[in-house]
Design a protein. Structure first.
Length: 495
C-alpha cells in the first residue's frame, strides 16, 4: 500500500506536502482547547479580579487626599462620597463622628456574573462589618496611622468581604482629626483565586492526561477512515483496470462521503464509456466515406476514362460533403454540450423566431405539399422572450421542423404550438407522420441513432437539439400522441 502512496506522489496524484495543520492535529487541538478552556477562563477572570483591589486602593486614597482641605465643608465632602461611591467619615480626637456620608455601592456587572457562576456570597455589608470593628480610636488600623510618620494608612483585605480603607490623621486648629474612607466590592476575588488553584491542580493531574488520550484517540478515529478511502482511491487509480467503487469501513458521515464519491466515480465512468462509444461511433461513421475516398483515389491513380472520372468525382464530392457535415455537426455538438462558452447571449423572441422558420419552410420546394399550422401564442404573434444564443435556437427549432416536415410527407401536416407560463416558454411540434416506435423513443436523442437510413441523416441532429436546449437551461422530450410524433421544448422564460 505504501508503494501506491509513493506512486501517487511521484505521478502527481497527490501533493508532495501536506497542509501545515492536518485534520488529525486540528481535532487534537480542539479537544485539548476544550479541556483547558475552564482553567484559562478562570485564570483570565482572576487577572481581572486582581485589579479590583488596586482600583479601590487608589480611589480611597484619592478621596482622603481630596477631603483634607474640605473638612469644614460638609457639602463638598458629600459630593466626594457620592462621586467616588465611598463611605467618608470625619472623627475628632475623642472619637465623635463629625461627618458621615455612606455612598458605598459594592455591586457591578462582574460581581453579578460571579454570583451567577459561584453563588451569592454570604458576607456582611460594609456598614455591618464596620460596626463589628469597635470604637474608631481603638482600631489597630487607626493606631497604626497615628504612629505613622505621615499619619496615613491605606490597606485592603479579602475577609469577610473585599474592601479597602484609607485613614488620614491630620491636625485641625491644634486638634487631630481622623479622615476615614472605605469602599467595598461584592466581587468574589478570594473564591476565584481558590477556584483557579483547584482547577489548575485538577487539570494538571486528571483533565490534561485524559484530554491527551482522548485527543489522540479521536484524531485517529476521525482520520483513519479518510486515510482508508485515500488508499483505496490511489490503489484504484494506479490499477490496470480501475473500477468506481470505494468501500468505507463505517456507515457514518465518512461512509456517506464515500457513497457520494462512488456516485461521482460512476458518473465519470459512465461519461468515459459514453465518450468511448461516441468516438467509436464517429470512427464508424467516417469509415464509409473515407473508404470511398480511398477507393476513388486508387482508381484515379490507375488512369480512367472521362465518364468514369465523372462518377469518381461525384463520389469524392459526396463523401467529402458527408465528412464535412459530420465534422461540423460533431463540433457544434461538442460546443453545445460544453454549455456554449464564450457565445454572446441576448434576448430572443421565440414567437418571431419560430414564425420565421415556418414561413421559410413553407417557401421550401421540398415541403410545398406540407401544411404548416401555428397555434397558441405563435398564432397570435405574442412575444415570448428567452435568454439565449439566437442562431443556436434557430438551429434547434429548424432541426425539429425539418424532421417533422420530412416525416409528415406530401399532403401531411406539421403543427407548432407555443405557450407561455410564469416560468417557461413551451414549444410543441407535432407531425402527422408514422410516429416513433415505442422501442425507439428512448434512443432518439442518442448520438448517431437514426431511423431514416445512413444516406439521409447522420444521427446527430436530435442529439444537438437536446444539447442546445440543456445549454439554455431547458429540456426537450418526445411525447406519445395518438398519431405522428411530438417533440416538446421547454426553455426558461425571461421575466
Amino acid at each position: 500500500m505504501s508503494q501506491n502512496l509513493d506512486t501517487g506522489v511521484e505521478t502527481g496524484l497527490l501533493p508532495r506536502e501536506r497542509r501545515r495543520f492536518s485534520l488529525r492535529l486540528r481535532v487534537m487541538m480542539a479537544i485539548l482547547a476544550a479541556a483547558v478552556a475552564p482553567s484559562l477562563l478562570v485564570f483570565g477572570w482572576s487577572q481581572l479580579d486582581r485589579n479590583v483591589q488596586g482600583h479601590m486602593w487608589g480611589r480611597v486614597r484619592d478621596v482622603a487626599e481630596a477631603a483634607l482641605p474640605a473638612l469644614d465643608d460638609p457639602h463638598e465632602l458629600e459630593q466626594l462620597a457620592r462621586e467616588y461611591k465611598v463611605r467618608l467619615r470625619v472623627v475628632d480626637a475623642q472619637g465623635s463622628t463629625l461627618f458621615d456620608a455612606d455612598a458605598d455601592a459594592p455591586g457591578d456587572p462582574g460581581s453579578h456574573v460571579e454570583a451567577f457562576f459561584l453563588g451569592a456570597k454570604d458576607a456582611p455589608t460594609l456598614r455591618e462589618f464596620d460596626e463589628q470593628l469597635g470604637p474608631m480610636l481603638a482600631r489597630a488600623d487607626v493606631v497604626e496611622a497615628k504612629r505613622s510618620p505621615d499619619g496615613k494608612y491605606v490597606g485592603c483585605d479579602f475577609l469577610p468581604l473585599v474592601f479597602c480603607q484609607a485613614i488620614y490623621v491630620t491636625p485641625r486648629d491644634g486638634v487631630p482629626r481622623i479622615v476615614h474612607v472605605q469602599q467595598s466590592s461584592n466581587r468574589a476575588v478570594l473564591e476565584v483565586y481558590t477556584l483557579r488553584a483547584h482547577l489548575f491542580r485538577l487539570s494538571l493531574v486528571v483533565v490534561l492526561p485524559m484530554a491527551l488520550a482522548l485527543a489522540f484517540y479521536m484524531g485517529s478515529r476521525v482520520v483513519r477512515p479518510i486515510d482508508t478511502l485515500r488508499r483505496q482511491a490511489l490503489a484504484k487509480a494506479t490499477a490496470e483496470s480501475p473500477d468506481a467503487k470505494l468501500l468505507p469501513e463505517r456507515r457514518d458521515e465518512v461512509g456517506v462521503l464515500a457513497d457520494a464519491f462512488n456516485v461521482l466515480l460512476m458518473a465519470l465512468e459512465k461519461k468515459r464509456a459514453d465518450n468511448e462509444a461516441f468516438v467509436a461511433d464517429l470512427v464508424h461513421e467516417m469509415k464509409n466515406p473515407l473508404a470511398a475516398v480511398r477507393a476513388a483515389a486508387d482508381t484515379l491513380s490507375e488512369g480512367v476514362d472521362a465518364p468514369r472520372a465523372e462518377r469518381l468525382s461525384r463520389v469524392l464530392r459526396d463523401s467529402t460533403s458527408k465528412l464535412d457535415r459530420l465534422v461540423t455537426q460533431f463540433l457544434e455538438l461538442a460546443r453545445a454540450e460544453a454549455g456554449m462558452p464564450n457565445e454572446e447571449r441576448s434576448d430572443v423572441d421565440l414567437t418571431a423566431l419560430v414564425r420565421g422558420l415556418v414561413e421559410r419552410l413553407r417557401d421550401d420546394p421540398r415541403h410545398a405539399q406540407v401544411n404548416f399550422a401555428l397555434k397558441g401564442e405563435a398564432a397570435n404573434a405574442s412575444p415570448a422572450l428567452v435568454r439565449g444564443v439566437a442562431h443556436r435556437l434557430d438551429a434547434l427549432f429548424g432541426e425539429l421542423l425539418e424532421n417533422a416536415a420530412s416525416f409528415a410527407g406530401q399532403g401531411g401536416q406539421v403543427v407548432l404550438a407555443l405557450a407561455v407560463t410564469s416560468t417557461e416558454v413551451i414549444v410543441a411540434i407535432r407531425d402527422s407522420g408514422p410516429g416513433i416506435a415505442p422501442e425507439d423513443r428512448a434512443k432518439v436523442f442518442t448520438r448517431f441513432f437514426t431511423t431514416r437510413g445512413r444516406q439521409r441523416g447522420t444521427g446527430l441532429g436530435l442529439s444537438l437539439v437536446k444539447a442546445v436546449a440543456e445549454a439554455h437551461g431547458g429540456r426537450v422530450a418526445v411525447l406519445t400522441p395518438e398519431s405522428g410524433a411530438t417533440f416538446e421544448v421547454r426553455l426558461p422564460r425571461l421575466k
